[in-house]
Ligand binder design. Structure first.
Ligand code: ATP
Length: 293
């Protein structure tokens, strides 16, 4: 891995709150790096220090010889969660306006293709759907052809189809040798996009690695589900299986053995569903609460 950003012993203390508590990590060039954690974990503070928006109390962020975000603005792009777009301007006019702020920009035609803006290029900003608006904001983050793009919960509020479309665009952008730094509340998004993730809680790092590394480190079992009415309460309690509202959850280290046990107990296997642990399960295990809770 060729490191592009090195965060070293970063700390941010507000009056009475340690928002970020001595964290260190490295982001590889061309990777998608995900910063995850529950509300108040310290993600935004960390990202804003990396972006040079706020100064750390202690520690450093190194980027190509630049420290703590100084003079970094022309090398990065930021997609903020809430950016006010100028009313009465079209998408094309908005791109042209933002392009005028920079010496060096990506050709607009390239941006339009990269962010899939063709269909609504001449539409007034006020008339854009949520997904179209996010694609325009992505284009604005890319306008100066940055090496690193920061994305703050880019798909919050989008419908499943628009989210998937957005993910595809981010995958294409990654192929252009850009490094993506993403915060998200959606574990499926992190699983789809991120090469490395860091999970924060209470200002510190509680886990770091690739999604696959973390899943295999924390889980050596799969979840088996069966409709509730097919398993007696006595059998479930005997084996400590979880009784959910409409199904039973069986945690199994050996699927074959569990199936044999079910068959031996004359349990019907109709509607059986097997699921490997995903980042949602990992998050729950690490932080004790769901991201959206
Ligand atoms: N300017 C500030 N002054 C005082 N405390 C702050 C300030 N900014 C953040 N904090 C506190 O620092 C902690 C970390 O906040 P931060 O916004 O970085 O968390 P987060 O992980 O981004 O949360 P969310 O997912 O809700 O955006 C919180 O306890 C927050 O209240």
């Amino acid at each position: 891995m060729q490191p592009v950003i090195c965060v070293e012993q970063l700390t941010k203390v507000y009056d009475e709150v340690v928002a970020v508590d001595n964290i260190s990590f490295t982001i590889g060039r061309g990777h998608c790096f995900g910063l995850l954690g529950p509300n108040g974990a310290g993600k935004t503070t960390t990202i804003e220090i990396m972006e040079g928006i706020i100064a750390p109390s202690r520690g450093q962020v190194h980027y190509r010889g630049l420290t703590n975000g100084r003079d970094i603005s022309h090398q990065i792009g930021i997609q903020f969660q809430h950016t006010a777009l100028q009313d009465y301007l079209t998408v094309k006019e908005t791109l042209e306006l933002f392009a005028a702020f920079y010496h060096q920009t990506l050709p607009l035609e390239q941006l339009v293709v990269l962010c899939d803006l063709q269909e609504f290029l001449h539409r007034d900003n006020r008339l854009l759907s949520g997904g179209q608006r996010q694609r325009l904001l992505l284009a604005l983050a890319l306008i100066n052809d940055p090496a690193i793009v920061f994305l703050d919960e880019p798909t919050t509020g989008l419908d499943p189809q628009a989210r998937r479309h957005f993910w595809q665009l981010l995958k294409n952008i990654k192929r252009e040798d850009k490094t993506l730094v993403l915060t998200t509340h959606y574990m499926d998004e992190a699983e789809q996009l991120c090469d490395e993730i860091v999970v924060m809680d209470h200002g510190g790092i509680i886990e770091a690695g690739t999604p696959q590394q973390l899943l295999s480190k924390h889980f050596d079992e799969v979840f088996i589900y069966l409709p509730r009415e097919q398993i007696s309460r006595a059998l479930a309690e005997q084996h400590h299986w979880r009784l959910l509202a409409d199904r039973v959850e069986i945690t199994s280290k050996n699927v074959e053995q569990t199936l044999a046990l079910l068959i031996a107990n004359r349990v019907s296997l109709e509607g059986l569903h097997v699921k490997s642990a995903n980042l949602d399960d990992l998050f729950l295990k690490l932080t004790g609460h769901c991201l959206r809770a």
